[in-house]
Write a protein that binds this ligand. Structure first.
Ligand code: ZN
Ligand code: ZN
Ligand code: FE
Length: 827
């Protein structure tokens, strides 16, 4: 019968290699359990047969390391757990299983030196790493973070590596993923058929194939990528054709900074810092007109997404090619990135060759993307290199008993992430993707399970978007069944956007927030996306918005910007769409074809299938289409990105802005702005100037909405304005809005830790839910019966997303709706 003991060793036992000694001893005697540094010495839990425990205790005193001094050994019995392994807990790890796994990082300078040093035993070894660098999150199977619980478990250390691993003075002391050519993973090259290519230099051969214009699948850190020579137009167009991705920009990995400077303009220090950071994100930089990359890499948009190598394998590969590579996630268009080896068959139809290795990727983790705006880096996608690093939530005055809930927030529909928070610490997940395929939905489920498992967490609250039909909402319902004691909270989409931005700045409100967005479900059953909100902890109030416009075809407008153009044209010019004054309607008809045009005019005339939308994203679509830039989009926001790229910052002037105070709250009427744009074009202004003037009008509207809101209120301390929503990925607009807000006496709060797009929703949902939980003892604002999804579960009080001033002026509660089908599909 195995027994278990708690053993506390006091004396000089820390920083002297005591834990590795204990680890070695436990392995020798066959004990399971763990060792960790504690406040009063070293704490060991050992499990094994009586005689094994006795032998262990004797050796513990007698064979301690030379620098150690054992003063006392206290032993207490514990119930056995049936454990089979012994591991060393990191000092920072508390027994409550805080996630002590760091994010994955690029090779450190010391490792790089070894990589290129012909005299080093790890010369050109593609899997070298140390305590300061290497894979972490993507190789973890379970916690605590220790080699047997990583995908390095199958690679026993050779004696040379073990010596380093056990030497407290070595940079590889307890480096869990450490390896060398003798004991670690190895790379090889496969044909698309799956046959192994016989070669002594798989990386060199892969590089030669890339130089020949072939497509290469590469097993990277968080998944498989597809690579090709970025300078080769044929290779790039073949990659696009085979992947089914005609236009979306592709990322480029460059061998060094010099190559990046030849392709892009680095204008801010923060851009340089982001590129060189060990997190190694893709950085969106303004492309040079004479950039040597093929035109097909990022057509139409002004920026190029570039990064430096982030694994030793990537370093070796790009060095051997000697030119930048397109490196795009290995998947079919719209599917999650492939990361399991058995799934790489799916890539064989796309690529000619595969460069693979035998270290498993345990968790998929896409490349992160940042864009430097208004002086700092804003994450566009927060994934590899960041996850699972926490982002704090603001301190909230807690209810009696100091509730510190565990919240699981499942995020939105597009660019999905989820977020687990415990008390003030929130862990936003890696990028999951658009929940538009069964595989992506499965990826979300797997990701959530992996997090819950890693943290050993049971959620007290499950937070989600208020949209009834999102797949993430479906997952929230499944989770509610699985965790019947958890309360449910539905958070309005734009409330979550703004609350996230407010929370990452450590504030809890009241703070003004502008949510300029694609679309989100409004509590009045309309499509929101141009909102001025007042965020106050768990609740919000709508203080202004873009005028509602009937959108013919609803969600179809996302892929067909010309529909937004038709809608706004009709609102601005009347049922004849300005015929006789402007040629915009004629041009649209010509561009999209008579049939489609007639159909949409008919929808608008009869007001059928025309949901009302206050989306600024759709307003940008309308402007882009009216300027002839794009009528049909391959991906969301493509038109807006092209409008931004077209805008000439040197063109002077802006179009007029009209905000009416007639209703309950100020309403921004975009028609005068669009009419001015059409007039400007009629009198010969070029697209670049018109685009710039339009951007400035939107910034002016943003600032004016804030001024009006403030003017209508007595609490003049509302001086900060959070800028959130997908539209604030636009650098031109963000910079201008931040500048104008400052000039008007406001402090702009920009996203710096989670994305302004829907990738940031889960963190915002967690912030709202945590604040709500903490305020539970206070009367719930607008508490009403009938909130089916916010009902009492397991004796807990109902939890709502917060109260809002609905469009009819009455205070309503934004809550989950189960009346499926009532809400429009707003993605
Ligand atoms: Zn290193
Ligand atoms: Zn080794
Ligand atoms: Fe959104």
């Amino acid at each position: 019968m195995p027994e278990r003991r708690a053993i506390t060793v006091s004396g000089v036992v820390q920083g002297v290699g005591f834990r590795p000694f204990v680890y070695r001893l436990a392995s020798e005697t066959g004990l399971a359990g763990h060792v960790q540094n504690g406040a009063d010495g070293v704490r060991i839990e050992g499990e094994g047969e009586q005689e094994e425990l006795d032998a262990f205790l004797t050796a513990l005193r007698g064979r301690a390391p030379p620098l150690a001094r054992v003063d006392a050994v206290e032993v207490e019995p514990l119930p056995p757990r049936g454990e089979e392994e012994f591991w060393i807990r990191d000092s920072g790890c508390s027994p409550e299983r805080d996630l002590c796994v760091p994010p994955d990082t690029a090779p450190c300078p010391a490792c790089l030196e070894e990589l290129w040093d012909p005299g080093d035993r790890r010369h050109r070894y593609p899997f070298l790493s140390c305590t300061r660098c290497g894979p972490r999150f993507t190789i973890v199977r379970g916690l605590p973070y220790d080699r047997p619980r990583t995908s390095m478990a199958g690679f026993p250390l050779c004696s040379a590596c073990r010596e380093e691993y056990e030497d407290p003075g070595d940079r590889r002391f307890h480096a869990q993923p450490t390896a060398c050519p003798d004991c670690g993973p190895r790379p090889w090259l496969e044909e698309a058929t799956g046959e192994t290519v016989e070669t002594a230099d798989p990386i060199g051969d892969a590089a030669a194939a890339l130089r020949d214009g072939r497509l290469l699948g590469v097993k990277g850190r968080g998944g498989y990528h597809i690579a090709c020579d970025a300078l080769d137009p044929d290779a790039v167009s073949r990659l696009r054709r085979r992947k089914g991705r005609p236009a979306r920009p592709l990322a480029v990995m460059a061998p060094d900074g010099e190559w990046i400077r030849s392709m892009c303009r680095i204008r801010e220090e923060a851009e340089r810092e982001a590129l060189a950071s060990p997190r190694r994100p893709i950085v969106l930089l303004q492309a040079r007109a004479d950039a040597p990359v093929a035109d097909g890499v990022a057509p139409g948009v002004g920026d190029l997404g570039v990064m430096l190598p982030y694994t030793p394998l990537h370093h070796l590969l790009v060095e051997a090619v000697g030119a930048p590579l397109v490196l795009t996630s290995g998947n079919d268009s719209g599917e999650p990135i492939v990361y399991r080896d058995d799934a790489r068959d799916r890539l064989r139809e796309i690529v000619d060759l595969l460069l693979v290795h035998d270290r498993a990727i345990e968790t998929r983790c896409d490349d992160s993307v940042v864009r430097v705006m208004a002086g700092g880096a804003t994450p566009i996608r927060r994934s590899r290199g960041w996850v699972p690093e926490p982002v704090d939530l603001p301190e909230v005055p807690s209810a009696a008993g100091g509730a510190r809930p565990t919240v699981l927030a499942v995020g939105g529909h597009l660019k999905n992430t989820f977020c687990l928070s415990r008390g003030r610490t929130a862990y936003p997940s890696q990028h999951v993707g658009d929940l538009e395929s069964p595989d992506t939905f499965r990826a979300l489920r797997e990701g959530v399970d992996h997090f819950l498992e890693l943290f050993g967490s049971v959620p007290d609250v499950i937070a989600r978007d208020a949209h009834p039909d999102y797949l993430s909402t479906r997952l929230a319902r499944e989770l509610a069944d699985r965790f019947p004691d958890a309360a449910s909270v539905a958070v309005q989409h734009h409330h979550a956007h703004v609350a996230g931005c407010v929370a990452e700045h450590g504030r809890r409100g009241p703070v003004l927030g502008l949510a300029f967005d694609g679309t989100g479900y409004g509590p009045d059953d309309r499509i929101w996306g141009g909102e001025l909100l007042l965020c106050d902890g768990p609740s919000f109030e709508r203080l202004g918005h873009l005028r509602y416009t009937p959108l013919p075809g609803g969600e179809a407008a996302i892929r067909e910007p010309w529909r937004s153009a038709a809608a706004h044209l009709r609102a601005a010019c009347g049922p004849d769409l300005g015929a006789g004054r402007f040629d915009a309607a004629q041009r649209l008809e010509k561009a999209v074809g008579v049939e489609r045009w007639k159909g949409v005019r008919e929808l608008m005339r009869r007001d059928v299938n025309c949901p009302r939308s206050s989306s600024v994203g759709r307003l940008f679509d309308a402007a882009a289409s009216l300027l002839g830039l794009r009528h049909d989009a391959e991906f969301q926001a493509q038109a807006a990105m092209e409008l931004e790229a077209a805008a000439d910052p040197d063109a002077v002037g802006r179009y007029p802005v009209e905000i009416s105070d007639g209703g309950d709250v100020p309403v921004w009427d975009p028609s005068p702005t669009l009419v001015a744009l059409l007039q400007d074009r009629r009198s010969g202004a070029d697209v670049a100037s018109a685009a710039a003037r339009f951007h400035r009008a939107v910034a002016e509207a943003a600032v004016e909405l804030c001024r009006r809101a403030l003017g209508a209120r007595s609490d003049a301390d509302l001086d900060a304005v959070a800028l959130s929503g997908g539209v604030f990925q636009n650098r031109f607009l963000t910079r201008r809005t931040a500048r104008d807000l400052e000039a008007a006496g406001f402090e702009p709060l920009l996203h710096r830790r989670v994305p302004p797009n829907d990738g940031g929703l889960s963190y915002g949902q967690a912030a709202v839910a945590a604040a709500r939980f903490a305020s539970e003892s206070r009367p719930a604002k607008g508490d009403e019966p009938g909130a089916s999804d916010a009902t009492d579960r397991g004796g807990r009080r109902p939890v709502e997303g917060g109260s809002v001033a609905a469009a009819d002026g009455k205070d309503g509660v934004c809550r989950g709706r189960t009346d499926e089908g009532r809400g429009q599909q707003c993605v």
